[in-house]
Design a protein around this ligand. Structure first.
Ligand SMILES: [Zn+2]
Length: 209
């Protein structure tokens, strides 16, 4: 997949092949039709045909960006520390891909390249630990909430954890102290559970004597 620079125009015949490749890649990744249209300039009808030809399924419809800033960064009934780590892993891929070339990359191209890299590095983890991966539409929503890592006024920012040094997501309008590092939270939790299990085992042995 040849990189597409930021200023390439989908209407320019010079880039026709690259934008078609991008559209195919986005279809295979399950991107919403409107998202593909935005980044490739292809008409919605043609994208629906691509979905049917390449994957034999109907194209996913509906609005493009979904998920509030809190959904990506905070722990709740629906999201966990592992989810926050997945979001940070995707953003790390997006940033790394962006630093590969001196020239700014086309955002749709960078999204797809980062998404494929993210899937590759998190695949084994998600299979073994049953952690949910982000889909490409969520990745796009996440990028918009982060201002594509270029807007300092974005709703979501990143904070480097002083103890484990990972860079994780925080809601910019909330105090950092209320948003602990997800990796450290998970390991503290694991330590607490291990200590509880050890205490329970010890009291069982004491009672059985
Ligand atoms: Zn940490």
């Amino acid at each position: 997949m040849n990189p597409i620079p930021r200023d390439a125009d989908p209407a320019d015949s010079l880039w026709e092949r690259e934008f078609l490749e991008l559209a195919h890649g986005l279809v295979m990744a399950g991107a919403k039709t409107r998202l593909i249209a935005r980044y490739t300039g292809l008409p919605l009808r043609r994208i629906r045909v691509l979905y049917r030809t390449l994957r034999g399924v109907a194209a996913p419809s509906g609005p493009i960006a979904q998920g509030s800033a809190r959904f990506f960064a905070l722990r709740s009934r629906h999201t966990s520390a592992a989810w926050n780590i997945q979001c940070a892993a995707f953003l790390g891929c997006y940033e790394r891909i962006g630093s590969l070339t001196e020239q700014p990359l086309h955002r749709g191209w960078q999204l797809l390249a980062a998404f494929n890299a993210y899937l590759a590095i998190t695949d084994s983890l998600t299979k073994s630990a049953a952690v949910k991966q982000l889909d490409i539409n969520q990745c796009f929503a996440l990028l918009t909430r982060c201002g594509f890592l270029q807007d300092p006024r974005a709703e979501l920012g990143r904070r480097e954890c002083p103890s484990c040094l990972i860079s994780y997501l925080v809601v910019a309008s909330l105090p950092a102290s209320a948003q602990p590092c997800p990796v450290c939270s998970m390991s503290n939790n694991a330590r607490r559970l291990a200590a509880q299990a050890a205490a329970a085992a010890q009291s069982r042995t004491r009672h059985s004597r």
